[in-house]
Design a protein around this ligand. Sequence first.
Ligand code: NAP
Length: 265
Amino acid sequence: MPDLAIITGASAGIGAMFARKLAARGCDLLLIARREDRLRSLATEMSGAHHIHAEWMIADLADERDLERAAARVESAANLGLMINNAGFGIHGIFFESDVEGQAAMHRLHVMATMRLTHAALKNMAARGSGGLINVASVAGFMPAPGSVSYNATKAWMINFTEGIAMELAARGSGVHVEALCPGFTLSEFHDVVGMDRSGVPKPLWLSADFVVEEALKGLDRNDVVVIPGWRYKLIVAGIKLLPRGLARRLTARQTRAFRRRKSQ
Ligand SMILES: NC(=O)c1ccc[n+]([C@@H]2O[C@H](COP(=O)([O-])OP(=O)(O)OC[C@H]3O[C@@H](n4cnc5c(N)ncnc54)[C@H](OP(=O)(O)O)[C@@H]3O)[C@@H](O)[C@H]2O)c1
């Protein structure tokens, strides 16, 4: 029986690309998101093209009941080989001037759903001593930025959380591997959802979802805990880590203003 990959946020962008690449590798799929039409057509296409079994589950993972339903499915899934916590979204705007419900929903999705589904997946996989889990964080998690405070903070939490889990699994001598995937700007529907004009970001900084997912899967094969696709972003993150925090904060604020000026020109 082939391994099962469960992917949240599989109806678009990076999640849909994970589904395509894993189906091509022969994995069965369970695709989770809110838009049923998207999930159904991707599952049908993948099962036809690769002769795998593909199912979907409609769930708003920022909703507690839906999250519990998804967690129960993850925990009891037979032959779970890979869990990918990818569902996410951005919000643009000053934190204290924005609608608090959007901020709270983001914390529920990025933090609570990741925590709950990681717990469910590890209960399932740790008992067998094999499998993999990818939490899709972001390079944004390495530094706060004005205008996306909750996004960067929740992604920082995801990186820290995943590193901690990796340490616990290593201490137990487990064969389960976990990864925090930290992409930079990636072409997907993400920026349409935020309402962001892509022209504000210099072209060389854009990554394709194809490249990001390839790097994620290579990283998992190598047992890398933190994966940053692309040399430019590796360099940026190395710079952020080397600089004194106060200086890194000032430079990030200046860069964010420069992106916005570029966009408005
Ligand atoms: N694109 C980038 O530049 C970038 C960079 C770094 C990290 N990331 C991260 O990569 C991940 C995937 O983003 P993407 O770029 O592929 O964006 P995307 O194309 O907008 O896809 C986001 C996915 O998340 C799902 N989703 C959103 N809210 C959900 C909810 N409440 N419950 C269940 N599913 C939900 C969406 O499905 P439904 O709408 O159908 O529910 C969709 O499938 C996110 O975690 C994002 O933070 C993206």
